[in-house]
Ligand binder design. Structure first.
Ligand code: SAM
Length: 282
């Protein structure tokens, strides 16, 4: 049977390398920007660390046990450990797990999905820092609640699709915010704190636009031009194959992605709501 390729995690792994190389950052989440600030790759880490500061303000004082679900490169787990928390992190990505293992005490990195994570332990904090959107809603919340110690808190910082979002092409991602809020009372969970940071994270889309317009698109044009000049037959074969094996819809989407017009901060604000939430048992 053909191996199923996990494109979602592979693209996140590619992002790990790009973030490290171009922005010197270990963080994989959006940045939070102040009005008038220059939105640029060199400023990305500073904006991401503002996000981390806000996240830290959601934590009860150490010492506490923490499960960092989708812990990325292990940077948050490392920071929390240095502040006196006892942290375990989960990631389904081999690349990220290897990074995390260099930063955390032995046995603290669990290389699996949250859905497949097995333990008898309970945690004071179950953290989802921009990882909540990758896990089916029907599995993440019930399991997180079951893993909570008495008086514990679930912290979610993530992008959600807004109430009026209808499946149109738009930047951003996530579960529908209405489906999320509907599920809470059914699980006996209540919102203890809720901060809407959509306006602050939206400028991160400018980085995305800069990346496609300023790097990916010129690179594609240059490679195609070089190929046309130096290997015209190969260029013709590649072009014909692309048209033959890719639908017009997919080609149009790729064209739009390269121009990145729709990936604007404004369109992000319209289609999404980015929230920092603390949830507790009722
Ligand atoms: C956008 S990154 C955020 C990483 C990190 N928490 C941060 O804030 O920098 C999303 C994370 O979720 C993880 N992830 C994706 N699917 C997952 C799943 N089913 N279970 C647990 N983690 C998952 C990814 O591997 C990655 O570590």
């Amino acid at each position: 049977m053909a191996r199923k390729i996990d494109t979602q995690n592979e693209s996140l792994d590619a992002y790990v390398y790009m973030a490290k190389t171009f922005a010197d950052t270990p963080w994989l989440h959006y940045g939070m920007w102040e009005p008038g600030e220059r939105v640029s790759v060199p400023n990305m880490r500073m904006a991401q660390e503002r996000y981390v500061d806000l996240l830290l303000s959601f934590f009860p004082p150490a010492p506490k046990t923490v499960l960092d679900v989708g812990g990325g490169t292990g940077e948050m787990a490392k920071l929390l450990t240095s502040k006196g928390y006892e942290v375990d992190m989960i990631t389904p990505s081999r690349v990220q797990a290897e990074d995390g293992e260099t930063k955390l005490p032995a046995g603290r990195v669990h290389h699996c999905t949250f859905e497949n994570f097995e333990t008898d332990r309970k945690f004071d904090v179950v953290l989802f820092s921009e990882s909540f959107q990758y896990i089916p809603l029907g599995q993440s919340l019930p399991k997180a609640k079951a893993l909570l110690a008495q008086g514990g808190v679930i912290i979610v910082a993530d992008c959600f699709r807004g109430q009026s979002y209808n499946g149109e092409l738009a930047p951003g991602s996530g579960h529908k915010i209405t489906a999320f809020f509907d599920m809470l009372p059914k699980l006996g969970l209540a919102v203890a704190r809720d901060e809407d940071v959509t306006a602050k994270v939206a400028p991160t889309m400018e980085i995305d636009q800069q990346f496609y317009r300023g790097f990916v698109s010129p690179l594609v044009t240059q490679i195609s031009g070089t190929l046309r000049r130096t290997r015209p037959i190969l260029h013709w074969l590649a072009g014909t194959g692309y048209k033959l094996f890719t639908s017009k819809d997919a080609r149009d989407r790729m064209q739009m992605r390269l121009k990145a017009d729709y990936r604007s901060p404004d369109n992000f604000r319209k289609a999404n709501t980015y929230r920092f939430l603390a949830l507790r048992g009722e």
